[in-house]
Design a protein around this ligand. Structure first.
Ligand code: CAA
Length: 257
């Protein structure tokens, strides 16, 4: 791996992926995204990992897709390379992913953070979809995920002006989960990850699927999906353990079975 650093057990059950092209503000070139896809596939298969945290550095989570790599491409080059197909893996990851964001999260960087399940940001974080300023538009989910997260009016404003918003504004718009001082954003993301890692990984996976389904379907179908996943949880040993531990007034010990 050249552009990311993967620590499979940054903490017990928690993997950390750090985007690592600091000189380019973690601009997301093709190789970085392929490495990220491969790492996520591997971590998803690793039963010792329950939660994944993706971060950058204090200055930048990621300043977008690599403009220099795209600048002279034709439409057919873009179609053939199909660079956003690697991004689908992020969405397909079954384990929860938390984005720990500091500094710039712009264009593809904002889209990457939004593709994660939750976002913890430092006070210095800046979110934006500035593609309009370079003669294009968001291409990795920005027009869809931002609109679903913050509503049409604010999404239109951000996408059509390219204006950056502060972490505080992002918090008010309900784009992110938390804002904390810069020295705490990774720690705070880890605290959230730890809390999730203590739960049954099977229940977490089923619940994540059901929440995501609410974005993709109508209420009746979503409720049906939720109910099936709820019933399916009863096939796990973790369900027996969780309910038994409650009745016996002790902490459950989940084995992911
Ligand atoms: N692609 C390629 N290189 C980038 C980059 C990007 N998205 N963002 C920053 N860099 C590079 C700069 O070119 C610069 O490299 P050099 O030192 O070789 O010149 C280096 O990173 C540092 O950047 P700046 O000197 O510009 O730093 P700054 O602090 O003055 O400005 C910034 C920071 C406001 C983030 C500015 O770099 C910027 O506007 N970046 C581009 C943001 C952008 O437009 N992102 C959207 C990309 S398109 C996209 O993402 C499509 C999609 O939907 C997936």
């Amino acid at each position: 791996m050249e552009y990311i650093i993967v620590n499979e057990q940054y903490e017990p059950s928690i993997a950390l992926i750090q985007l690592n092209r600091p000189k380019e503000l973690n601009a997301l070139n093709l190789q970085l995204m392929q490495e990220l896809r491969d790492a996520l596939q591997q971590l998803d298969r690793n039963t010792a990992v329950r939660v994944i945290v993706i971060t950058g550095n204090e200055q930048a989570f990621a300043a977008g897709a690599d403009i220099k790599q795209m600048a002279d491409k034709s439409a057919i080059d873009m179609l053939t390379i199909d660079q956003f197909s690697t991004w689908d893996q992020i969405r397909k990851t079954r384990k929860p992913i938390i984005a720990a964001v500091s500094g710039f999260a712009l264009g593809g960087g904002c889209e990457l953070a939004m593709t994660c399940d939750m976002i913890v940001a430092s006070e210095t974080a800046k979110f934006g979809q500035p593609e309009i300023k370079i003669g294009v538009m968001p291409g990795a989910g920005g027009t869809q995920r931002l609109t679903r997260a913050v509503g049409k009016a604010k999404a239109m404003e951000m996408v059509l002006t390219g204006r950056f918003i502060s972490a505080e504004e992002a918090m008010q718009m309900r784009l992110i989960n938390k804002v904390v001082p810069v020295e705490m954003y990774l720690r705070e993301a880890m605290t959230l990850a730890r809390e999730i890692a203590q739960q049954s990984p099977i229940a977490v996976q089923l619940a994540k699927e059901a929440v995501n389904r609410s974005f993709e379907t109508h209420l009746d179908e979503g409720l049906h999906f939720e109910r099936k996943n709820f019933y399916l949880a009863f096939a796990s040993e973790d369900q027996k353990e969780g309910m038994k531990a409650f009745i016996e007034k002790r902490k459950p010990e989940y084995r992911g079975k």
